[in-house]
Design a protein around this ligand. Sequence first.
Ligand code: HEC
Length: 146
Amino acid sequence: MRRPLLVLAAVVLGATAVSAQNVTIIKERQDHLKKMGDAVKPVGAMFKGEADFDLAKVQAALKVIQANAPQLPPLFPDDSKTGGDTEALPKIWENKADFEGRFQKLADAAKAAESTITDEESFPDAWKTVVGNCGGCHKQYRKPKS
Ligand code: HEC
């Protein structure tokens, strides 16, 4: 006669675990995103003509993107929809395949740009393609800045 009670207890505990907010993983994904943001910033200044072109810095940023983008998809589990100071929109979990595919696309674009960007002439167009992936995803899946 005890078994139904145990099963009920397991169900209740399970439900509690799922609704708990995973703030650790939210912080972790924000750290990966911030690393990409920090790498992209100085190159953005070159793109705008506010800093001198520096191929080594561009290539370094492309490496940082390739290292971080593929790590991001698993950092958006179901228990991390809210919590901390997350700017992630609920739409992410309604379009998971599209969302995750965008990180892959970003990594692929950064890889391709490594060989495309060889000098100041080849830089702007290829760079625009890479960072277009950042803005494209933010527009859909990140809370707009208020
Ligand atoms: C597939 C979607 C996607 C792509 C691609 C993407 N981001 Fe984001 N980004 C997000 C989401 C979602 C957040 C909000 C995460 C959160 O707060 O939980 C975010 C947040 C950030 C943040 C703020 C992190 C913090 O400290 O809170 C920075 C910086 C950032 N992204 C930079 C970039 C850059 C640079 C690129 C391109 C090289 C990029 N992102 C590509 C989805 C994306």
